[in-house]
Ligand binder design. Structure first.
Ligand code: GMT
Length: 378
């Protein structure tokens, strides 16, 4: 099949999934066209089946706002016609599904449209009444819609009030990259680099430091943990909450045991170094970083928000606490890190479970089957 893919190319789970899916489809022999405002950040491997079409966003002084959506739709329509695409896969209802619908009209071709909902479009924008009609239009005008968790599928029906059928297709990671191979060596090297003693336990979190991630809860949970056992907290990423997180760390007097490492390109090495991965968000449709960390052997503690409870099986592959309950998170962490056999059991169950439910072969096949159903290429 000839497939166009549009996503936000910047750092973020949705861009990673779109990119990884494109790479795997290309490896399976499909012709893949990325139509984006920039080269997706994890797209560093060249492949003869992968084509990249970058849009130039006009920034004429006469326009108060650069016309991103229209420019993108125009570029997508150009690629549909020039390469005779069978299908376009849009990541995010707003603006990309709407761009796709517009592009199909511009091209006059009967290209199929698949839209994947990632969360922010529904759980955040879905509350903004000025966008609800556009989100519904994007969803209902697509030939097929997928969401990255059952919780997001449910929430979309509730918030957007649409009867459109939505299939849950979970996220996945590239297992040949995110795995336990060389964990011990990398772990020791990283600890040495960061001046962390061998026996010290490492807790970790990575995100875009938005308020929704509730990093304060992570810091507060850690503050309890470090009173009970030798540990450090490593925070990766940057965003609007960075300063307030720094402030809280200072207020709690735990500066010496918190490493704010900022944005990092090699997040995998940090996953490898960590014993526990924390994601205590207010809202989270899936939590891709959680799955990456789990593949690298870090045991997760998550909040009961959105799809996190679908990724972690509470008490079996990690622990789930109520949103805001950082004391419970601390208790779970202390229990896990002071009971070696329990930690090992949970880690083994975790690795087994994610390798079945979220294996890339399974997930990519689900997308492929959906495409084939639409294009009639069965
Ligand atoms: O979480 C973010 O702030 C970034 C956003 C994105 O566009 O990557 O993440 C959303 O999509 C990811 C990939 O499907 C999911 O793993 C994240 O859970 C989801 N974020 C939210 O629902 C808040």
């Amino acid at each position: 099949m000839k497939i166009g893919i549009t996503c936000y190319p910047s750092v973020g789970g949705s861009g990673i999934i779109a990119t990884e899916l494109g790479i795997q489809l290309a490896e399976k022999g499909h012709e893949v066209h990325f139509i984006t405002s920039n080269v997706p950040f994890r797209l560093n491997a060249s492949h003869p089946n992968i084509h990249i079409h970058q849009t130039d966003i006009n920034d004429y002084s006469v326009f108060k706002y650069p016309p991103y959506d229209i420019t993108l739709a125009s570029k997508i329509s150009e690629v549909i016609t020039e390469y005779d695409l069978d299908l376009i896969h849009m990541h995010y209802a707003v603006p990309h599904a709407v761009c796709g619908i517009l592009a199909r009209q511009m091209s006059g071709r009967d290209v199929r449209i698949v839209t994947t909902l990632h969360g922010t479009d529904i759980t955040v924008l879905g509350h903004d009444m000025s966008l609800v009609n556009a989100i519904r239009f994007g969803i209902e005008g697509s030939d097929a819609v997928t969401a990255v968790s059952d919780s997001l599928t449910r929430e979309t029906h509730e918030l957007i009030k649409t009867d459109k059928s939505i299939d849950t297709i979970y996220n996945f990671v590239e297992e040949s990259y995110f795995n336990m191979k060389d964990r011990e060596t990398i772990r020791l090297r990283m600890k040495e680099r960061y001046g962390i003693s061998e026996g010290t336990k490492v807790l970790m979190h990575t995100s875009n430091f938005r308020k929704i991630k509730r990093i304060d809860d992570i810091v507060r949970a850690f503050s309890i943990v470090q009173k009970n056992l030798d540990s450090v907290l490593v925070l990766i990423g940057d965003g609007p909450e960075t300063n307030s997180v720094k402030q809280l760390v200072k207020e709690l007097g735990i500066e010496d045991s918190v490493i704010l490492a900022g944005q990092q390109s090699d997040v995998k090495s940090f996953y490898m170094m960590s014993d526990i991965f924390l994601l205590l968000s207010q809202k989270e449709s899936f939590g891709l970083a959680l799955l990456e960390a789990m593949h690298c052997g870090s045991v997760p503690i998550g909040s009961a928000a959105g799809g996190i409870s679908e990724v972690i099986k509470d008490g079996e592959t990690g622990y789930i606490v109520d949103v805001g309950d950082y004391t419970a998170a601390a208790e779970n962490i202390i229990e896990l890190l002071t009971d070696g056999p329990l930690y090992k059991t949970i880690q083994q169950q975790m690795l087994q479970d994610i390798n079945i439910r979220f294996h890339s072969d399974v997930i990519v096949r689900e997308y492929e089957a959906l495409y084939q159903k639409l294009v009639g290429d069965t």
